[in-house]
Design a protein around this ligand. Structure first.
Ligand SMILES: NC(=O)c1ccc[n+]([C@@H]2O[C@H](COP(=O)([O-])OP(=O)(O)OC[C@H]3O[C@@H](n4cnc5c(N)ncnc54)[C@H](O)[C@@H]3O)[C@@H](O)[C@H]2O)c1
Ligand SMILES: O=C(O)[C@H](O)COP(=O)(O)O
Length: 528
């Protein structure tokens, strides 16, 4: 089957070459489309690739029925409705490293242009003037650069600023004293950065918590004559407050690559002679564009090939090292969840997943997401996947606990899921047998050895002579062939279970017939 990729913003031709060369991938370049036309092109699309221009709204996502991946050839994903994507189980990937250098270099270019009035001076020359007085600048050496957001780009800017012999003070909630020391940067609070800096550059994402963070209050805390650079995202600076601060003389100048609404042609800030601006060019270099387009193309190819990606945005990424350890267990976790889902009645309230043995040492969250996918699919359908299983569990109100233990009960690895519902609970344990695949080894208190494949019948009954025979006779009369049988009991003459593998899916009326047999308490049909 062909995997269709719609590209709605201009991407580097070299960068999308891997997609062109990939087998079974069809590319549809939809860069000239309006929204209605884009929705039409998305009807049979599996993936959508964008930059910052296309607004990937909830409405657009809702109207793209086959969409599985949204690729952002760049860093910022504020143009993509991540919640809507997650709810639909659509994985969003970006290219977090490909444009770091370009964005940092652009920031430095803006910093220098701002300090030396280069764009204004050139404009004046173009206007036929030789004005050397108006455009007197300031030096960077020994000035303080305040960096808000010391991630990939912020850190690169810090390196370069040190090269200009600037002092650097930075605030980032994740900045450790050790990293600050390594970068040669003073660590400060936001207020300290605002108060000490001669130049302030912003490198945070646009989030609810960063929207308008540089507002009138923040300007009031800054030095008089401060200069501001924003090559991150429009909306982080309150533009009216910046305008006022410049007009009042508090801020000596601003260099802006981004504003809250783009394109920002005609914005009032552009009328101020202290403002220089570029039309969102931070990532616009040949190198960065090729790199980010290759990164997302490779992730789309990976997704189309094995359903995994390297740079997920709406679920935690899994390092290669972790993936090597946990990948074999995905087949077990999904089946454990599916197995348990067939055994419980009532709305799920609590799910406890216990990991024992070799798994107790690693990050098991991806396995729990996969187990929840298995558990929810029976009732919610096939749109449940590893991306949205946590979201759907939260929405339903299921509390999930992950536990780790060294008590392996003789297995090298053991995963136990306990599902508590309003009507009761069930506990299923499974293991991955080296070379033999997954096995269910315990159902509630009954030790069993079941291969979770094909069509299973789980029969709760009383342990007494003839019970097995009656079930066998009944199924024979219904022409249901038994391939394997497992019997487990907690004590002689007590409650027991039979787990049968049968050749075909058992019909509901056949299940009802079994439940009418003497001393049969409950029958569940499980189909993998
Ligand atoms: N102008 C452009 O063309 C261009 C190019 C690339 C990236 N960007 C923008 O730059 C942003 C940063 O990119 P990056 O690759 O460095 O991302 P990053 O994730 O590596 O770094 C962002 C940093 O911001 C920090 N942060 C978050 N909230 C903060 C807050 N309230 N105060 C201080 N720090 C905070 C985070 O802890 C993180 O370290 C992107 O989100 C994107 O919007 C713009
Ligand atoms: O977030 C980013 O990666 C930059 O803002 C680049 O955006 P662009 O791909 O539209 O140039």
């Amino acid at each position: 089957m062909t995997f269709k990729v719609v590209i709605s913003d201009p991407l580097s031709e070299e960068g999308i070459q891997p997609l062109r060369e990939a087998e079974n991938i069809e590319i549809d370049i939809a860069t000239d489309c309006d929204e209605t036309q884009l929705i039409e092109r998305l009807q049979d699309a599996d993936a959508l690739l964008v930059r910052s221009q296309t607004q990937v709204t909830r409405e657009l996502i809702d109207k793209a029925p086959q969409l599985k991946v949204i690729g952002r050839a760049g860093v910022g994903v504020d143009n993509i409705d991540l919640d809507a994507a997650t709810e639909r189980g659509i994985i969003v990937v970006n290219a977090p490293d490909g444009n770091t250098n370009s964005a940092a270099e652009h920031t430095v270019a803006m910093l220098m242009s701002l300090a030396r009035n280069i764009p204004q001076a050139f404009q004046s020359l173009q206007a036929g003037k030789w004005d050397r007085k108006t455009y007197i600048g300031v030096e960077l050496k020994h000035k303080t650069l305040g960096i808000i957001g010391l991630g990939r780009i912020g850190a690169e800017v810090a390196h370069r600023a040190k090269g200009q012999r600037m002092n650097v003070i930075a605030y980032d909630p994740f900045l450790t004293a050790e990293t600050a020391q390594k970068l040669g940067v003073e660590q400060g609070t936001v207020d300290e950065v605002l108060a000490k800096a001669d130049f302030i550059t912003i490198h945070t994402p646009l989030l609810d918590s960063t929207r308008n963070m540089i507002n009138a209050d923040a300007f009031a805390k800054m030095k008089d004559g401060v200069r501001i650079i924003n090559c991150a995202r429009g909306g982080i600076i309150d533009e009216d407050a910046l305008y006022d601060a410049i007009v009042e003389g508090k801020v000596a100048g601003a260099a802006l690559d981004v504003l809250s609404v783009e394109p920002f042609v005609g914005h009032k800030l552009l009328d101020l002679p202290q403002v220089i601006a570029t039309p969102h060019l931070g990532a616009s270099t040949v190198e960065a564009q090729e790199s980010v387009a290759i990164d997302v193309s490779m992730d789309v190819i990976k997704f189309a090939t094995d359903g995994t990606v390297r740079n997920p945005v709406n679920m935690p990424s899994i390092s290669k090292r972790l993936l090597d350890k946990i990948e074999p267990f995905f087949v077990l976790t999904e089946k454990l969840g599916a197995f348990a889902s067939h055994l419980v009645d009532g709305a799920y309230q609590q799910v406890n997943v216990t990991y024992a043995g070799e798994l107790a040492e690693v990050d098991v969250r991806p396995l729990t997401r996969n187990l929840m996918k298995g558990l929810l699919t029976l009732n919610l359908g096939n749109h449940v996947n590893d991306v949205n299983s946590r979201y759907l569990s939260n929405r339903i109100g299921i509390k999930i606990d992950e536990l780790k233990t060294t008590a392996t009960k003789g297995f090298t690895n053991l995963i136990t899921v306990e599902v508590v519902t309003e009507k009761g609970s069930v506990k299923v344990a499974g293991t991955l047998l080296n070379g033999l695949g997954p096995r269910i080894v315990k159902v509630d208190d009954y030790p069993v050895d079941v291969v979770p494949e094909g069509h299973l019948l789980l029969i709760n009954h009383k342990d007494q002579p003839g019970a097995i025979g009656r079930v066998g006779m009944h199924l024979a009369a219904e022409n249901v062939n038994i391939a394997t049988m497992q019997v487990g009991r907690s004590e002689q003459g007590g409650k027991a279970i039979m787990i049968l593998t049968v050749d075909y899916e058992v019909k509901p009326e056949e299940v009802e017939g079994l439940e009418k047999l003497d001393n049969v308490f409950e029958v569940k049909a499980i189909n993998f």
